[in-house]
Each structure stands twice: as C-alpha cells, then as structure tokens.
Design a protein around this ligand. Structure first.
Ligand code: 26M
Length: 822
C-alpha cells in the first residue's frame, strides 16, 4: 500500500499536472510562464521517470533476491530512438499526460517530438539490440544490456547542394533517461608488458604490468517492459582518466600539460560511435573501445556472480552472454584471462566455463565487414590477450589435427591467425571457437554461413553448434507507437490490445479482408499516415507531394549491396518513359512519389555518389512541368529512428532489393509490412520468410537467386557482360548531363559497365522494371490492394522480437522468465 502513496505517482490529469509543475519549477528551476515545448518535455519526462525508477529498483531487487540465470547482451550499438512515448506506454497514464499538457497549453505530440533521439547505433544491428531490450523486459527475462556511452552518436546528415554533410551529434545535455553511477567504476588496463613468474607451488603465472589505466564509469538507463512491472537495466560505460596514485604523481611533478593530455586521451575512448556499417577498418581506437567495454562489462558480471559465493563451475548456470556480432569477441579472451590469471583456475576448466557461457550472433556474410585485427597492433595494446589467443588457437588446432589428421590446408584455413603480412586475428573464428552456439539472423543467411563462410567449422564441430534465429521487431514501438490509429482499429476488431504481446493474434484479421467497411477504415488510416509523411517531407525538403500518389519508399543505410542505385536508375527509367509519352498516354500513368532516406559512411565514396545522384535527379524531375504529379523524387535528410516511425506507416510499397545472398535479414521489411505496406524485393534475407508467411500473392519478388550469383559474377569477370538495354538508355541520359555534370557519376556507371557489376544491377534491371509495372497495375485496383495489405498484416505474427527472444532463451541461453506478482 505504501507504493500507492509515494510522492511521484499520478493517476489523473490533476495529479500529473501537479508533478509536471513541481518538476518545471523545482527540478528545472524554470517559471511556468516562460515554459516552452522543450521545458514541458523535460518536466513530463521527469514525471514519468519517477514512476519508472520505482519499478526499476524493485525489479533489480527481485532479480538479485531470486538469483536465477541472467542474460547479458553485449552490443557496441543500441539504437534506441526516443524514450518518452515508450515510457508513457509502459507506465500507463499517457491520457492523463495528454489532458494535463493540454490544460497547460501544450500538444502532447509536440512535446514528445522535442526529445533528441538516442542514436547510439548505425542501422539494423543497433536497432535490433534496442528491440531485444524491449522484448526481454516485456517477457520478464532477467537481462542486462551492456554498451558504450558515446558522447557523439551517429552523425546528423545534412544535404547541401545534393551532397551529404556530416554534423556531430552531441546528445548528452539534459538527458533525463540516464543515471550516472559514480560509485560503479572499473579500472581498465592497456599496453604494458607480461612478466612470467612462478607462485609458491611452482605454478606458472602471468603478470600484466606497467600499462596505462583508464577508468570506466557506469551510466544506467531503465528499460521498461510493456504490460509488466519488469524494468531492466541498460548499462553504458563512459571513459575517464584514472585517478590512481601514478597519475597524481605526474601532476605533482609539475607535468601539468601532459597530465591534462592524458586525461583527454582517456575520455576519447568513449567519445564517438564509428559510423561504419558493414565495413571494418582496423583502427586502434576502435579496438580500444572494444576492450574497454568488454573488460568493464565482464568485471561487472563477475563481481555480481562472486557475491553469490557459488563455485566457478556454476557460472554458466547463472550467466549467459550473447555477443552482438564479433565486436565483443574480446570478452571471450578476457573471461579466460580472469579465470586463469586472476582466479587461478586450470586452463581446461576455465575454457569449459567460457564456451558454455558465450553465444555469438553473426549479422553479415560481406567479406569487407569481417573483423580482423593486426597481430602487432594487438601485441602492443593487449599483450596478455594476444598470448591467450595464441594458446586458444594452439589447443584448437591440436584438436582439429587429432580429428582430421594430415590436412594442412584445413589447419591454415581455420586458424584464428591468418598468415598474412602483417598477421591478422580473425575475430569470427575466435567467436565460434569460444561459443557454444553460433546463429545467423534469417534462414537463408544461416544456411549460407553453414555452406560457405563457416563450412569448415561445421565439419569440425558438427552442425549443432550452428543455428538460425530469424530477426523480428517490437510491435510496441513499430505498430502501436508508430501507427496509433492502425493499432486502435485492430484492437477494436480483435477486442483489445492483446496482439501487442502475442502478435500471432493478428491472424484474426483475416476474417475481415472482405469486410468493406473495415477495408475503408484501413485505407483511410493509410491515407492519413501518408498526409503525415507528406508534412514531414514538406518540412525537411520543401517539396510538396500528393498524398494520393503511390508512395514508394527505400530507407536504410546507403550501401552498394542494398542497391539504392538500382532504385534510382529505375526512377530515371520511369522519368524517361513519361517524357516520351503523349498527353493521352500520361492519363494512364499511376502517380508516384519515390522516397529515399539513409546515411552513407563518411568515407564511403560510392555511397555518397549514390546520394548525390538521387538528389540531382530530384532537382530535375521535381521541377519538370512535363511530369507534374506523375513523378516526384524525395531524399529525406537525416533518416533516424523517429523519422522511421513516421515513414513506415506511410508506404504503399517499400524496397528491399539487395543482391540475393547479401542482406543478413533486414528488419525494416518487417516494419513496413506490419504497417500495411506491400513490398518489392529480392529473394534475400527475411524477405524469403516474409513471403512464406504472407504468401507469394502479397509480395512483388524479382531478380536472380542467391544460388545464381556466383556464376553470374564469374561470367562478368571473364568479360561476358551485356549492359541491359533499358539500363543503357538510363546511362545515356546520365552521360548527356541531364542530371548535372556526368563526371560526378562516372564511377557509379563504370562500376557496372566496366568493373564487373559485382552487385548484379544490370542482371536484375529488367526484372526490377517489370515488377514495378506489376505494382502500378495492381495499385489501380484499390480494393484488391487493401485486401492484400490486410491479409499481409494478419500473417506477420512470426516477426515479433518476443518470438525471437523466446527462441534465444530456449535454444541458446537456457534462461527462464522471472515471474512477477503484483
Ligand atoms: C565495424 C567496424 C568498425 C565500425 C563499425 C563496424 C560495424 C558497425 C555496424 C559493422 C557492422 C555493423 O552493423 C551491421 C549491420 O547492421 N548488420 C545488419 O544487421 C541486421 C540485424 O541483424 C540485419 O537485419 C541486416 O541484414 C544486417 O545488414
């Protein structure tokens, strides 16, 4: 009962107003009379935060008391987006807040949109981690996320003269969602030397000494679940100069300047998120980030375990650690170091514990994304860890040798150390060897891992170490929050919001596919969502688009393998076709808005060229009176999570058109379909499973299959290449300077015409254009189109991260939810 009367609770708008005013006037020290949207945001956030904190503390106490097995999700990226709307949903009382804010003269939507996105991620991998945290809390799993508290998240993108310009994203001021834990710190060592000695019993010991120490400080973020009291923790580490005696000596010795420089260097570790997506560049600071974060997290996890006074052999029964890609692979080595060097366990016993504890998720088969670290670099930064890696490798290769005698080639292929100049540590191999399960993120992707990239390891360990867990998205953010009207309509038909925690209940919508009134309501919602997107387009680009046109969307990181170039070439083809039409023919054209969005890695020139071309095509097409409303081209700048929440509910069709076999899964494909958009796509990643669920009738598939790619590339390589004739016309238009100086785009056209068309743009062009013709055709039959939209949503139940998390829990982590009583 005491909880009901705690100071921060509110269940009515009056009580909410009281809390809001109290926070504005005291916590923020502002007057209600010059309170703007931003102060209203801060006050509202603080009022809801108070409510979260109570359940957060109780959850942590409950988990400590119960002492069950916990899951630790290690990810260098958590692409969280905004927190307030989610907090309102999970705490409840959003309506009290809406009414209270209205009384004070604010619109809740304006207040919510004051929040700066927490953008600590690049794209799919980081957003997946954020969806996982939501599902872990919602399903009551005792789980922690561990990451880095970057001072700068992914850069803000501006488009200037058609070019991407990167602006630093300083986001930490006035962030009400993080709690500094200045008492939770870990000293992390770098560099130094390893000294070999013997203890009293003659046992060999390795002492890692004389390194530089950097301090890790914990910042905690509450992660509330939906419809439950569970509020889990996301712990982010920030780097700081250590305040050890050694460092004070420097100050005292009068070396003030170099002491300050040391401090700055320490803080640099957690300063910035590397803005690459699927590209590994081997920078020392990145390796420092990885070790800093792994070592701090492992120390924290071990400290928590040791408080229970259990035997080390029980560690894997208490702890499951999941590696989000190879970025945290050093955690495996660090764990072995803790057990052997510090806790004095025998190597073999320690290694059994380690491998039972870790699981590794692979997200890509792209060779340029596979992490490798140079041996000399690692020798210098982490000398003891390199020794341990060599030791792990030695035992592993001996094991392979015993089981596959006289196969030198095999040993070379699977060695953790690549015998190049310089030698390299292959992180994926280390992650496989140190884990009990390895998974891919969609069926095709997991199959490709087993038959190509990790084939030798399937031979060595047998197939059971390798599995698939197909990705998903959280229906709370990606249906209910992003598309409140659709969620309400579904709830009205299904008799409540239970589908938000059991997404398979959506299948009951199938009964309404032929219900005319329902279809009308469904279409009206899509239409209003398109108006909302049209407003965003107006605000961010200045262009006016017709909400009745077909909205065709491709938003994701810009990458050659994702083939935004195929899309924009298709748009140019459409433009040329319209230009060649008579007035009579134009009447039959389905008006279309082609919408793009996404960031290019700052050093990825080809991706930047693609952005430039899209913007130049937009300049020409959008002001061409011959075309008018029949075609508009839009590049929405600074695509991020909160823009995605506006964009996903507003598509008629979206594009998931990667070269077959290259996209691990894709997750925006799921968001678009879940919001009643149809998709055009290749047989790649999760598109294949989406097709299986919603049926081939409801998706526009095109292009070559993954199994054909190798042969096509081989043919290109041997000069057997014919530019598709329709694509040739597009290239002629570009080369005629129709979209500005063609020299700007020559690298892009040359990559296809002259350098082997690695991503098969020309091979798939004809099929792509044909698929779009079918889209145009079918869009004209709105009745059928809406029926497909409803039928697809009805069959999307599989793609909830709730299902995904339960699969990880059963097949990889072996953890149970913790029952929560009221
Ligand atoms: C590597 C080195 C240095 C700096 C950054 C990186 C790096 C960062 C992010 C490498 C890869 C990164 O992410 C890859 C990624 O987002 N993969 C996507 O994961 C999604 C979730 O599983 C899948 O749906 C996508 O198909 C996959 O591309």
């Amino acid at each position: 009962a005491w909880r009901k009367h705690s100071a921060s609770e509110f269940t009515s708008k009056e009580q909410f107003e009281k809390e809001l005013v109290r926070h504005i006037e005291t916590t923020l020290a502002r007057s209600l009379y010059n309170c703007d949207d931003n102060a209203a945001y801060s006050g509202t956030a603080l009022a809801f935060r108070d409510r979260l904190i109570i359940e957060w503390n109780r959850t942590q106490q409950r988990q400590t008391f119960n002492d069950q097995k916990r899951v630790y999700y290690l990810s260098l990226e958590f692409l969280m987006g905004r927190a307030l709307d989610n907090a309102m949903l999970n705490v409840g009382q959003k309506e009290a807040a809406r009414d209270g804010l209205k009384d004070l003269g604010f619109r809740i939507e304006d207040v919510i949109s004051q929040e700066h996105d927490a953008a600590l991620g690049n794209g799919g991998l980081g957003r997946l981690a954020a969806c996982f945290l939501d599902s872990l809390a919602t399903l009551n799993y005792p789980a922690w996320g561990y990451g880095l508290r970057y001072r700068y998240g992914i850069f803000k993108q501006e488009i200037i003269d058609g070019y991407q310009v990167e602006i630093p994203d300083y986001w930490l001021d006035n962030n009400p969602w993080e709690f500094p834990r200045h008492d939770v710190t870990v000293d992390i060592q770098f560099y130094g030397t390893v000294r070999k000695t013997q203890d009293q019993n003659g046992k060999v010991q390795h002492l890692w000494e004389n390194g530089e120490i950097v301090q890790a400080v914990a910042y905690d973020v509450p992660i509330p679940g939906y419809g439950t009291k569970t509020t889990n923790n996301l712990r982010l580490w920030s780097s700081k100069a250590s305040t050890g005696e050694f460092d004070f000596q420097k100050f005292n010795a009068g070396d003030y300047e170099s002491a300050v420089a040391d401090q700055q260097r320490a803080e640099t570790i957690s300063a910035v998120l590397y803005p690459n997506d699927n590209l590994e560049r081997g920078k020392e600071l990145r390796l420092k980030q990885q070790y800093f974060w792994c070592a701090a997290s492992l120390f924290d996890i071990v400290r928590r375990f040791k408080k229970t006074k259990r035997a080390w052999s029980e560690f894997p029964d208490q702890v499951a650690i999941q590696l989000n890609d190879t970025h945290p692979t050093l955690a495996i080595v660090e764990m072995q170091r803790i057990l052997v060097d510090i806790e004095d366990l025998e190597w073999d016993e320690a290694w059994r514990i380690v491998t039972k504890t870790f699981g590794y998720t692979n997200h890509t088969v792209l060779p340029e994304a596979l992490e490798k670290w140079s041996v000399p670099l690692m020798q210098n930064l982490l000398p003891r860890h390199l020794q341990i890696i060599y030791e792990i490798n030695l035992f592993f290769l001996q094991y392979v040798e015993r089981n596959f005698p006289n196969d030198r080639d095999l040993l070379t292929r699977v060695s953790i150390i690549e015998e190049s100049h310089p030698k390299m540590v292959r992180m994926a191999y280390l992650a496989i060897i140190g884990s009990h399960k390895v998974n891919g993120v969609a069926e095709l992707h997991s199959d490709l891992l087993k038959t190509t990239l990790f084939k030798d390891f399937v031979e060595i360990y047998g197939p059971d170490r390798f599995t698939n867990v197909t990705n998903g998205v959280t229906p709370r953010r990606w249906l209910h929050q992003a598309n409140p009207e659709l969620s309400a309509l579904i709830a009205k038909k299904l008799g409540g919001h239970e589908f938000l925690t059991d997404l398979t209940l959506l299948d009951k919508l199938e009964a309404f596919v032929d219900d005319k009134e329902f279809r009308t309501e469904w279409a009206a919602i899509k239409s209003r969502n398109k108006v909302r997107l049209a407003q965003l387009i107006k605000e961010t680009t200045g262009y006016t688009v017709n909400p009745d046109a077909l909205f065709d969307v491709q938003v994701k990181r810009i990458h050659e393998y994702k083939r935004q170039q195929l899309n924009i070439f298709g748009v140019i083809h459409r433009y040329l076709t319209i230009k060649g039409m008579s007035a009579e023919e134009k009447k039959k054209v389905v008006p279309r808005v082609s919408i793009f969005g996404g960031k290019a890695a700052p050093g990825y020139w080809m991706a930047k060229t693609i952005i430039h071309l899209i913007n130049k095509v937009a300049d020409v097409v959008n002001k061409d009176p011959d075309v008018g409303d029949l075609l508009k081209v839009i590049f929405i700048p600074d695509y991020n999570v909160s823009k995605a929440e506006v964009i996903c509910p507003a598509s008629d069709i979206s594009e998931h058109i990667s070269t077959a076999g290259t996209e691990g899964s894709g997750t925006s494909n799921m968001k678009f379909v879940l919001n009643g958009g149809l998709i055009i796509g290749t047989c790649d990643g999760a598109n294949i499973e989406i097709t299986r669920e919603i049926s081939e009738q409801n998706i526009f598939l095109f292009g070559n299959l993954a199994e054909d790619v190798e042969e096509l590339r081989h043919r290109h390589f041997y000069g057997e290449f014919q530019l598709d004739p329709q694509l040739a016309k597009v290239f002629d238009a570009i080369k005629s300077n129709m979209f500005g100086d063609a020299a700007h785009f020559s690298a892009l056209t040359a990559s296809i015409e002259e350098h082997g068309d690695y991503y098969l743009v020309s091979d798939d062009f004809n099929s792509y254009i044909a698929a779009h013709a079918v889209v145009d055709q079918e869009f004209q039959n709105q009745k059928e189109w809406i029926a497909k939209s409803i039928a697809s949503v009805a069959r999307m139940g599989f793609f909830s991260t709730d299902r995904v998390i339960n699969e990880y829990a059963d097949s990889i982590w072996n953890v149970e939810p913790l029952a929560v009583k009221d």
